[in-house]
Design a protein around this ligand. Sequence first.
Ligand SMILES: NC(=O)c1ccc[n+]([C@@H]2O[C@H](COP(=O)([O-])OP(=O)(O)OC[C@H]3O[C@@H](n4cnc5c(N)ncnc54)[C@H](O)[C@@H]3O)[C@@H](O)[C@H]2O)c1
Length: 412
Amino acid sequence: MYKFEPANPSFCSLRPFLRVQDGSNIVDYNYNRIICLNWLKSNPTFTVKVFCCESEASFLGKESSAALRNSFAPKAGKQNLRHQYYLQPQASSSKVAILGAAGGIGQPLALLIKMSPLVSALHLYDIANVKGVAADLSHCNTPAQVLDFTGTSELANSLKGVDVVVIPAGVPRKPGMTRDDLFNINANIVKTLVEAVADNCPDAFIHIISNPVNSTVPIAVEVLRRKGVYDPKKVFGVTTLDVVRANTFVAQKKNLRLIDVDVPVVGGHAGITILPLLSRTKPSVSFTDEEVEELTVRIQNAGTEVVEAKAGAGSATLSMAYAAARFVESSLRALDGDTDVYECAYVQSELTELPFFASRVKIGKKGIEAVISSDLQGLTEYEEKALEALKPELKASIEKGVAFAQKQTVTA
Ligand SMILES: NC(=O)c1ccc[n+]([C@@H]2O[C@H](COP(=O)([O-])OP(=O)(O)OC[C@H]3O[C@@H](n4cnc5c(N)ncnc54)[C@H](O)[C@@H]3O)[C@@H](O)[C@H]2O)c1
């Protein structure tokens, strides 16, 4: 007997896992839906349910336990061994590069990605201090092979054959600074790194974390365009942290189970351009006007909360690494053939009159398959006003990025 329970509503950034119950023995396996279904077909005698689990709550738990199960499989009892054999993940061939891997975000992000069984190789690039990070990480007994690359002479090699490039390189905010204040330094860094991506792995998914994301994504796009390799489906500004924060704060405020909460966040990734659509919260929940105002402002300023608490020692790194790992994991699942992957991201968009906009997108093997427009329909009056209010600021940040890139020399 088995039961397939696709509890996952389509527009939900949750992921399925397979729970196998054999007598009193219950094991959860993290799988994409295709593998789940194939397994179910060949094992019709188990009581099996496919559940959904919130990536936020489970990234480490599910992925690391899958990796650990790999190493322990030979020690399992005979009967279990057979079950485990069917359930072992196929070795995945995805290669991930982190540019800026020795930094505050880069290091914990590298650790989280190293724990994913979907990664066969993890390339760590930085201008300094990356050798030690790679040596340290390489001792973890998870499948991904870790390679280090230091300085511009090794940048090209760090990108060869890579499927996903994550860019957290740059300087973080200090108290009193806005994300825009980072522009001059980080704009140049992103421009240089994306040029190398264009030359060495033009088909890779590119995840841009370096701030100000509202401008660095248009810079990256302009560079790729001038290199003749721009694919709008594959360039993502990482805004997952806004969703992670929104989910956490809403769950706390309304006393909900964290794993149940999903709040889409649209617009951009700075101040008022961050617009959590609380009216679209799943599960459906009602908020007073005061709660909407308080939550919206807290989500918009959550980065500053961290910058001030760190008092000059940087900006959000651990929560950012966690959010970026979730986005990488979603991309890897999409590349692996999962057809049910949704995340919010800042991308080229036609949802509004602005050329770039963060919204929920459906990600597939070849990148963005759809930009989800339904979240923007039937907004509350508060959200409508906030949406109109954010547009001039977002437009200015986009134009600043484009103007910067157009002044640069890009080698063909
Ligand atoms: N998208 C988001 O939600 C979000 C959240 C937090 C921080 N950020 C941004 O992420 C970036 C990194 O933050 P951090 O706290 O890790 O900073 P950090 O200073 O701790 O680390 C940055 C790393 O980048 C490296 N680096 C600098 N120039 C480089 C280059 N040309 N090539 C490769 N590496 C280079 C540095 O050596 C350092 O290791 C900042 O721009 C920050 O504003 C984004």
